[in-house]
Design a protein around this ligand. Structure first.
Ligand code: SF4
Length: 424
């Protein structure tokens, strides 16, 4: 689907899903390219920090315009011939995408195969991004913000021990992204110390009023890291932050599904929202796509731990992520949209009927991951139907708006790697 008229036809057939959201999902699954002039404009705004994965559809070696250095973190689509209400979308680079941002007379413009879709706004670079810590590391490397400044993303460990053991999740490029960023000269270090993060937050606390939440996350620790288990390594961050600034930000942790006693420690440290990411509902595909998690924890135990966590945090504060669309990735994935939606709808029903609301990241077929080599995302129709079943299942169980994501609703939502907040 490469023409705007084809997107229009799809939108006409799905009048309950806003046109803006359909375009956003299409951009997330296919990426966007940038003209040289548009990139020059973008370089003056907040740039991609590569906060954990690449979230690109080409490796850095394929970026002839050095997009990895100059592309913005996010774009906000607005106005234009379709009168877009603002939608914030993560910038996933793909020079081959039919979507292209160009420099118009007075603003940046998003085009699909040469036809104008909307205007494009970019976020100003926060003033603290240019500052450095006492050890010389830059704050935007230690504590970047995403979601239009709402979320401080604290990747404490930039690597994952599953891929190192040959058991990485097949859709994930965390270690490969680390390698390519280092090779390209980005000042990545595997671990951010508690002291570095605290120093960065000290600056952000005094200079910023946009950030309302932070997430502590990083790769899985399957053995030990600096002599510590996963919980012992990661818990030090929220403990220190909440001791210094109790409740200043909504505190979130995205870690593996941990045993109940460890989850209680997270809560007692001041974490408010827990993301024990489930990634993919189907049992066969969970085993195939997450071999490390399947071996070390196991799908049934992972589910049990999510339910245990709901008792500890309250179900509305347990938000497992799904990688939306990866269940259609060849060779093992579902071949039909019907089958994929039926499977994931079953997972939504399971969790939502218990008061737990998963969320989505639209799958980015990253070429440095095992499943992303063909750079072929799930069909756009899948995403439209997924958003519908997500919205309707939430409504069926009268679930409250997810905390820690900012406002809901088209024109207000800031979550940029899927549209789940735009449609509720
Ligand atoms: S657990 Fe899987 S998804 Fe998470 S960082 Fe490791 S390989 Fe990637």
């Amino acid at each position: 689907m490469c023409k705007l008229s084809e997107i229009e036809t799809l939108a006409e057939r799905n009048p309950d899903i806003p046109f803006e959201v359909i375009v956003k999902e299409d951009l997330l699954r296919r990426g966007m390219s940038w003209s040289r002039e548009a990139l020059a404009v973008a370089a003056e705004y907040k740039r991609k920090a590569y906060f954990i994965f690449s979230f690109d559809m080409v490796p850095i070696s394929g970026m002839k315009q050095k997009e990895n250095i100059n592309a913005p973190e996010e774009a906000r689509l607005t106005g234009g011939p379709y009168h877009f209400r603002p939608v914030v979308v993560s910038v996933r680079l793909n020079p081959d995408s039919p979507y292209r941002v160009e420099a118009g007379e007075n603003s940046l413009v998003l085009k699909l195969a040469g036809e104008t879709v909307s205007e494009v706004e970019l976020q100003k670079t926060p003033e603290y991004y240019g500052k450095t810590l006492s050890n010389g590391r830059r704050i935007n490397e230690i504590a970047p913000t995403i979601e239009w400044g709402y979320l401080i993303y604290l990747t404490a460990f930039r690597l994952c021990q599953y891929p190192a053991a040959g058991e990485g999740c097949l859709y994930c490029d965390i270690n490969e992204n680390y390698r390519q960023q280092k090779d390209a000269g980005r000042p990545y270090a595997p671990v951010k110390s508690v002291e570095e993060i605290m120093e960065a937050l000290e600056v952000i606390d005094s200079a910023d009023s946009d950030s309302k939440a932070y997430t502590v996350t990083g790769g899985s620790v399957t053995g030990t890291l600096e002599g510590k288990s996963e919980i012992d390594f990661y818990i030090r961050y929220p403990e220190a932050i909440e001791r210094r600034w109790p409740g200043r930000w909504i505190s979130k942790a995205a870690l593996q599904a941990l045993p109940k006693d460890e989850v209680k420690r997270l809560r007692d440290a001041g974490v408010q929202i827990y993301h024990p990411n489930f990634e993919i509902w189907d049992a066969r595909l969970f085993e195939a796509c997450c071999p490390g998690k399947a071996r070390q924890v196991g799908r049934d135990e992972w589910i049990r731990r999510i339910l245990d966590a709901a008792e500890v945090f309250g179900p509305e504060n347990v938000i497992p992520n799904f990688v939306a669309g990866v269940e259609m990735a060849p060779p093992a994935g579902f071949e039909s949209v019907d089958a994929a939606i039926a499977s994931t709808a079953e997972g939504l029903e399971f969790f939502m009927s218990r008061g737990i609301s998963p969320r989505f990241t639209t799958w980015c077929p990253e070429p440095l991951s095992v499943l992303g080599k063909e750079r072929r995302g799930a069909p756009l129709e899948y995403y439209i139907r997924l958003l519908r079943v997500y919205r309707d299942t939430r409504a069926k169980y009268k679930l409250p708006a997810p905390r820690g994501y900012g406002e809901t609703g088209l024109g207000r939502a800031v979550f940029s790697v899927s549209s789940f907040m735009d449609i509720i």
